[in-house]
Design a protein around this ligand. Structure first.
Ligand code: SF4
Length: 352
């Protein structure tokens, strides 16, 4: 692994101003002070429920949005201003909906040919056709010739997403950003898609960001995990550490409500967040809670959690978390009982 990251978000914040019908406005604090490094040949998963800020983070890295504060660095160089074509070649974003990503009136051949022309204007039509077949076979659409003349509506969801990935590869990227790339696919092919992403990072040395609400799929494919809650990064580190020994109560909730690893990719969004929803809605990003944003839902919350944002604490081996339990010498409580048991205990104490 190269020690220098290919792509980094450094302390990025994104606020959106939303205007109401009567001329009023409000600020949505979508992402606050988030940092991530993507290295060649490694996969970082960003996990969280809807509204956690993970998609906004991916879009800042893809330069669809400018950060309100902080910076994006490609190969160590800060990028700003209008994104260049070279940037979009190096950093490719794969969306959740493969059907919306492909031009429905054009055949697969056209969708790939356009990307190949952008990549190398000197390539002849015959070379582009040969390369398009190669790319299709790279993503296991074989024989590639059979797919060139199909329209997107003639393909299954999984085949369409493979074409989207082949098109992303056509421009020779260094980084792939997958924004829930498997969540709209049939459960039977999600594992195949994860295996494809894994193969691409190993064979092509791509740096990958994998955005997901499903910590079980993150466990299957990634090297490192970052957990986001209400616009903030609350925990991160090597996946085995984070998932085996969550150091933040929210991560513990995600891990306990995720399915057995043997059912990777088969969990539904509703199933995963059943427990989380029993705790109430995630907070508003217009007026997020003071202090730790998780405190209204946290069974371990203390007085200071309601007013002071917890600092980042390193818990060893590259694993870190933002939770006051670590500063208070109470971090062991996270591992001592299930999240549900801690919640029951809190409710009993409140009633007593
Ligand atoms: Fe819970 Fe407090 Fe830790 Fe936030 S800082 S996760 S409220 S214990």
């Amino acid at each position: 692994m190269s020690t220098a990251p290919v792509l980094s978000a450094v302390d990025v914040t994104k606020h959106f101003v939303v205007r109401g019908a009567v001329g009023d406005s409000a600020v949505v604090r979508a992402v606050e002070n988030a940092s991530v490094d993507l290295h060649a040949g490694r996969i970082v998963a960003v996990v969280g429920e809807s509204g956690s800020g993970k998609t906004t983070l991916a879009r800042m890295l893809a330069r669809f949005y400018d950060p309100t504060a902080g910076e994006i660095r490609l190969d160590g160089v800060s990028v700003s201003g209008r994104p260049t074509r070279a940037y979009h070649q190096d950093v490719q974003l794969i969306f959740q909906d493969p059907f919306g990503s492909l031009n429905p009136v054009h055949r697969v051949r056209h969708n790939l040919d356009r990307a190949l022309r952008i990549h190398d204007r000197r390539m002849s039509a015959a070379e582009r056709r040969r390369r398009a077949v190669e790319l299709l076979e790279r993503v296991s659409l074989t024989p590639g010739e059979d797919f060139l003349d199909k329209f997107p509506h003639e393909l299954s969801g999984g085949q369409r997403q493979r074409v989207v990935i082949a098109r992303a590869l056509a421009v020779g990227p260094k980084v792939l950003l997958g924004d829930e790339p498997i969540s709209m696919l049939d459960v039977s092919i999600r594992l195949e898609m994860l295996n494809l992403l894994d193969r691409l990072r190993r064979e092509d040395g791509l740096a990958l960001l994998y955005i997901t609400h499903d910590i079980a799929s993150a466990r299957y494919v990634c090297d490192d995990v970052i957990v986001m809650y209400a616009g903030e990064m609350v925990e991160g580190g090597p996946k085995d550490e984070v998932i085996a020994r969550p150091a933040h109560p929210y991560t513990k909730l995600l891990v306990e409500s995720s399915p057995d690893p043997d059912r990777v990719g088969t969990v539904s969004r509703d199933e995963l967040f059943d427990d989380a929803e029993a705790l109430g809605e995630p907070p508003s990003l217009i007026e997020p809670p003071e202090g730790c944003r998780f405190h209204p839902r946290c069974p371990f919350a203390m007085e200071r959690c309601r007013s002071e944002a917890p600092p980042r604490t390193d818990v060893g081996g590259g694993h870190w978390a933002r939770c006051w339990l670590h500063q208070e010498g109470r971090a062991h409580e996270i591992g001592e009982s299930t999240f549900a048991a801690a919640l029951t205990r809190r409710d009993e104490q409140v009633r007593a």
